[in-house]
Design a protein around this ligand. Structure first.
Ligand SMILES: *[C@@H]1O[C@H](CO)[C@@H](O)[C@H](O)[C@H]1NC(C)=O
Ligand SMILES: *[C@@H]1O[C@H](CO)[C@@H](O)[C@H](O)[C@H]1NC(C)=O
Ligand SMILES: *[C@@H]1O[C@H](CO)[C@@H](O)[C@H](O)[C@H]1NC(C)=O
Ligand SMILES: *[C@@H]1O[C@H](CO)[C@@H](O)[C@H](O)[C@H]1NC(C)=O
Ligand SMILES: *[C@@H]1O[C@H](CO)[C@@H](O)[C@H](O)[C@H]1NC(C)=O
Ligand SMILES: *[C@@H]1O[C@H](CO)[C@@H](O)[C@H](O)[C@H]1NC(C)=O
Ligand SMILES: *[C@@H]1O[C@H](CO)[C@@H](O)[C@H](O)[C@H]1NC(C)=O
Ligand SMILES: *[C@@H]1O[C@H](CO)[C@@H](O)[C@H](O)[C@H]1NC(C)=O
Length: 555
């Protein structure tokens, strides 16, 4: 009996001395607490969601996800295989903050395995490259996830996006991505969480990949990533450093923050030999790269074929040659322990890249989204979005298109809810969630038609708010007051759990719909495009949880 407390405290002591080390940024490298250089030897660990096949979309992006860190039994089943692979990190692309992650996270931690967690979710849980915005609903989603994982000691990094930018003309999305990094970083620091903030980029034409990487780590620590991920599939089969990696080494030679391959593992010459592991952890590449994430533990189907290394049938895991060979390569690979932490010195943040014909990102970032301000506006509006479905993300984009079109025909515009990452101008409501934006535009239209009750209907999606100020002037003043005192940047706080404003304000989903209604939305909006600037128009490509189709080869 009396032994129990002693044993307990011994147990605690034992686990505290063997606790997984914190990983910190030193200059452009990563270090453990004892000053050893840290290299990511990782594997992507998430079952593939439902991928909508869209012939017009170059990248297949899933519309659903299954949180692998909440699946205790599957984690316990897979942990021995992860240990056999010799990984020290897994990358997970989406998690659900309302689930319990204790079993998996603790088991991984005890096994010395870190997690890199992407904060975005499929569909409306990501920055939408076709209508980019950094909004209250996304910030709240990201913070809820951070709060859920705050108690674990083995979160290495949070990614604020994965392959959001897929072409030069989408580089105007970057100010929104950088604002997300800025706000997530401020939040983590306010909670004393020493976790790196990252982004995972598609490998691409150097004329915009170079400035993209530099943009996300320029100017100041406060606004920059801590770690840059590149999804790189340039080494195929039994390739060699000179042919696969000389070019990318050259382009990142002077890079200022830690960088790693957030995905690697070309499948064009199966089975995979994974000989790139030796190159990646060699003295040739260690001056820039801190390891990488092999893609993928679970099967993941793409246009190029199958990326998995195991198949799972209930409790049975069957490994492939890919698995065996990766285990062999990871088994004896240790990156050089240089430079020392003291020689790595502090991270430098150079000037940001200039805009040009292949790079459009403005250095003026959008403001930190302010929930209170958006809720305040919605409460003052005379016409509110009152969806008759929980599935608001399916309809909100279409309704914004419709409302902006009607407003345009009545002499108004949607500039207040729009933003442009190329000109660096952001409407005063641009940081609000899509539902609040919709209420705002519905009200503008309602006012433009002299509060004609037929104008606040939208086929049953809108309701007149009898609590709004009675005159239009008073209403406009109330809205302006809500938006007048919100600082451009501030440290965000934990969102209230109440669900925010009435009128669908914070339940509003992203300005996106499903793959099938997407093309309809695009047709609907075409007629109104001329009236609007800034590309806020709703529907379009859904974002952006990965799946490794970011395949780029040297011509
Ligand atoms: C998270 O899990 C809860 C409980 O199972 C579920 O109701 C909710 O829809 C999930 N959220 C997401 C974004 O998948
Ligand atoms: C961006 O580039 C793609 C492919 O080059 C093109 O299809 C698309 O229309 C462009 N989008 C814009 C907004 O220019
Ligand atoms: C734009 O600038 C980047 C460097 O920031 C450069 O790599 C790229 O080649 C430039 N594009 C053109 C068309 O000159
Ligand atoms: C590591 O193991 C792999 C696979 O067995 C082998 O090809 C490679 O030569 C080994 N490298 C070293 C440095 O021992
Ligand atoms: C929401 O929409 C999706 C896609 O159209 C559909 O599969 C799902 O059943 C809907 N859910 C509800 C609660 O209406
Ligand atoms: C996405 O839309 C659903 C409703 O369709 C909503 O419950 C959820 O909060 C939205 N997520 C975000 C991050 O806006
Ligand atoms: C709301 O708007 C959507 C999208 O335009 C439409 O399909 C639906 O019929 C409208 N009415 C209701 C009650 O949902
Ligand atoms: C957010 O907006 C509210 C409402 O206007 C304002 O009172 C508050 O000061 C703003 N918060 C910050 C940090 O700017």
């Amino acid at each position: 009996m009396k032994l129990t407390p002693l044993l307990l405290s011994l147990g605690l002591f034992a686990s505290s001395v063997s606790a997984i080390s914190k990983i910190s940024r030193g200059g452009r490298y990563l270090y453990t607490d004892d000053g050893t250089r840290f290299y990511i030897k990782g594997v992507a660990y998430q079952e593939q969601g439902v991928v909508n096949t869209d012939p017009n979309a170059p990248f297949s992006e899933p519309s659903t996800f299954f949180d692998p860190l909440a699946a205790s039994d599957a984690c316990a089943r897979d942990l021995p295989f992860l240990q056999q692979l010799g990984v020290n990190t897994i990358r997970v692309y989406s998690v659900n903050s309302s689930l319990n992650h204790d079993d998996c996270m603790n088991a991984l931690s005890n096994a010395g395995i870190y997690t890199i967690i992407d904060l975005s979710l499929p569909l409306n849980g990501s920055i939408d490259r076709s209508a980019p915005a950094w909004t209250t609903n996304l910030l709240d989603l990201y913070i809820n996830t951070i709060d859920t994982f705050a108690k674990y000691d083995n979160v290495l990094a949070y990614n604020v996006g994965n392959e959001v930018v897929t072409s030069a003309n989408e580089t105007a999305t970057l100010p929104f991505i950088k604002a997300a990094a800025r706000d997530v970083k401020a939040y983590l620091r306010s909670k004393n969480l020493n976790i790196l903030v990252g982004y995972a980029a598609i490998d691409a034409d150097r004329s915009w990949l170079d400035p993209l990487a530099n943009y996300l780590s320029c100017d100041s620590d406060e606004e920059s990533l801590d770690i840059f991920g590149l999804n790189n599939y340039e080494w195929c089969g039994d390739d060699n450093f000179a042919s696969a990696y000389t070019d990318i080494m050259g382009h990142f030679a002077g890079y200022n923050i830690p960088a790693y391959f957030s995905e690697f593992g070309c499948i064009t010459s199966p089975p995979r030999l994974w000989t790139e592991v030796q190159a990646l952890l060699s003295t040739q590449m260690s001056p820039v790269w801190s390891g990488g994430i092999a893609f993928s533990y679970f099967p993941a189907e793409s246009d190029q074929g199958q990326f998995g290394m195991v198949t799972v049938d209930g409790n049975t895991v069957t490994t492939s040659d890919d698995f065996t060979q990766l285990a062999a390569q990871y088994g004896n690979a240790t990156g050089p322990n240089t430079p020392s932490q003291s020689d790595a010195s502090s991270t430098q943040f150079p000037a940001c890249p200039q805009q040009n014909s292949t790079f459009f990102a403005s250095i003026t970032l959008p403001p930190t989204p302010n929930d209170t301000a958006c809720d305040c506006v919605v409460n003052s509006l005379s016409c509110q979005f009152t969806p008759q479905t929980d599935n608001t993300s399916i309809i909100v984009g279409t309704l914004i298109d419709t409302a902006c079109g009607l407003l345009g025909q009545n002499g108004g515009n949607c500039n207040d809810i729009s933003g442009s990452g190329s000109s660096g101008t952001y409407g005063r409501m641009a940081f609000c969630d899509p539902g609040s934006k919709l209420s705002f535009v519905m009200t503008q239209f309602y006012e433009a038609t002299n509060r004609n009750s037929a104008s606040c209907d939208f086929a049953g999606n809108a309701t007149v708010n009898s609590n709004a100020p009675s005159s239009v002037d008073a209403e406009n003043s109330a809205v302006s007051a809500c938006l007048a005192n919100t600082a451009a940047t501030f440290t965000p706080t934990t969102p209230s759990t109440s669900g925010g404003s009435s009128g669908g304000g914070s339940s509003g989903g992203g300005s996106s719909s499903t793959g099938t209604s997407e093309s309809n939305g695009a047709l609907n909006q075409a007629a109104f495009l001329v009236h609007l600037k800034g590309g806020v128009l709703g529907t379009g490509l859904l974002l952006t949880i990965m799946v490794a189709t970011g395949f780029w080869t040297l011509a």
